[in-house]
Design a protein around this ligand. Sequence first.
Ligand code: F6R
Length: 609
Amino acid sequence: MCGIIGYSGSYSGSFCAQKILLDGLEQLEYRGYDSAGVALQGENGELFLRKKAGRVSVLREACEVAPVNARCGIGHTRWATHGGVNDVNAHPHSCGRVTLIHNGIIENYHEIIAAFGFAGRLHSETDTEVAACLLDYLYQGDPFDALRQAVDILTGSYAFCILFADQPGKIFCIRNVSPLVAAHNESGSFVASDLTALIAYGKSYFVVPEETVMTLSAEGISICDLSGKTVQPEILTVDWDVESAQKGGYPHYMIKEINEQPEALQNTVRPRLRNDLPDFSEEGIPDALLSCCENITIIACGTAMYAGMVGKALMEQTVKIPVSVHIASEFRYDTPLIDSRTLTIVISQSGETIDTLAALRLAKDCGSPTLAIVNVKGSTIARESDYVLYTHAGPEIAVASTKAYTVQLAVLYLLTCRLALLRGCFSQEQGQEFISALLSSSEAMEQMIRQDQMIREAVKMVKRSDHAFFIGRGLDYAFSLEGALKLKEISYIHAEAYAAGELKHGTIALIEEKMPVIALATQEKIFAKTISNVREVRARGAAVILIVKEGAQVDPDVYDIRIDLPVRKDEFAVFPAAASLQLLAYYTSDAKGLNVDKPRNLAKSVTVE
Ligand code: F6R
């Protein structure tokens, strides 16, 4: 949440740093888009501050009225936490000689205001401005010393980029939990919340280590720990390019990412196959981790958690191992009933979701071995968990997750297969058959995406409604949770998923004439039961969009629109079903003229609690 960028260099051109910061902020805008700002520093330390409520485009317009030709600056795009959305609360914040941008939350800002008597100095309602005042108060000409003292006082999560008025051309950075990556090339030094803002400038980068002070200048980047000792960061190479982080001819990132799913699935599965069976030895995951655990706990948020729900249903039915799924923000304050016999799996696209990270730390404290399924390389969750399996979706920019969900599922399917082989639930042949069905799921998704006529028909029905229900049983219920989330977050239609058999225990009272009910009935063993539940809602006037496997025998009286999934095996219906539900949400949002990629109130990476 919040995107930050800094640049110090020799870039030539009419208004160099300004352009780099604004371009970078546009790439980072998916992290937050309430307001944006830049601070540019002249050769003698003079400061040019521009900040605006609204999108980066509003800031860009304001900057272009009076361009600043500076070689050093910092920029921020905000997702509001403390204080409303207005120009004053936008970052950067200045106090005396200090100007800074911040991603995270300073939890003890009230105490700091009281302890240091800052109330009269503040202009905004933000926690961030308090940090600027604190640094100005502590600063005696040595930025390192001021930052070291500030770290002892500040509590919470933060990534700061700081300009000091008497240190022209230098950006000082420090982080705790909130992410920062940095890179240097012949044009200068760059720092940002994530790689999407830096990819245009090269393929090498590093994750800024926590508890260090990093100094950027045109000449290079230096890092030292809080005792002053030099730290050498581990240099990483990006395995995707600028095009991957752009729309590539699609009108929105979301539809581009929906289309990328078949390839992402292959990229995630194939490198892990030996003899057509999953093998995680190259990733350092011992078989004992899977064969010795007595139960599994899956922890995640939002879409990643719904991928976990599918994982639970699949693992329990295939391997007969107890699996529990937890919302990370609840798990961390519950009484965790786990120990060394539990394998904890955390799932996160960004690898930075603060609740998931805290839950991971708690699981480790309980002695549970931890395995992370993460998309962003080198992210905090990936680094802190005992074992990691990366998903290979490439950058996911649209706020609504699509391809990350699919590849999270792919890894859960691989894990299920390995568990089943190790625990004698699958023979080699059964394992190979399972993997072959998993690989062919990408074809099923492709076909679903190509043949979207019935989905477009369904959109006409859904877009007029204020409410929609998704129903299903077993695995179908697990998929429908994600379908409902997708629809509500980008089309603002109130959507809920219900286990189909549970409807008549209360919820069916809400069914009225023409209410869209998206019913999933892809699971053979409960097919007839689900269809009876569909009849119950149809009898009460619901407009039924029925999603079934190709060839399923269903009386046409039961539905208004039927969507056929090109799949034979029940366990693999989730892949084309996910594509169909994502497309339903996408076309509905687009038909309503909404901002598909940046829905209101949301941000991509949730680094606040
Ligand atoms: C919804 C969505 C969110 C994320 C959730 C977890 O489309 O994207 O629900 O799934 O915020 O984020 P990660 O996976 O980054 O931990």
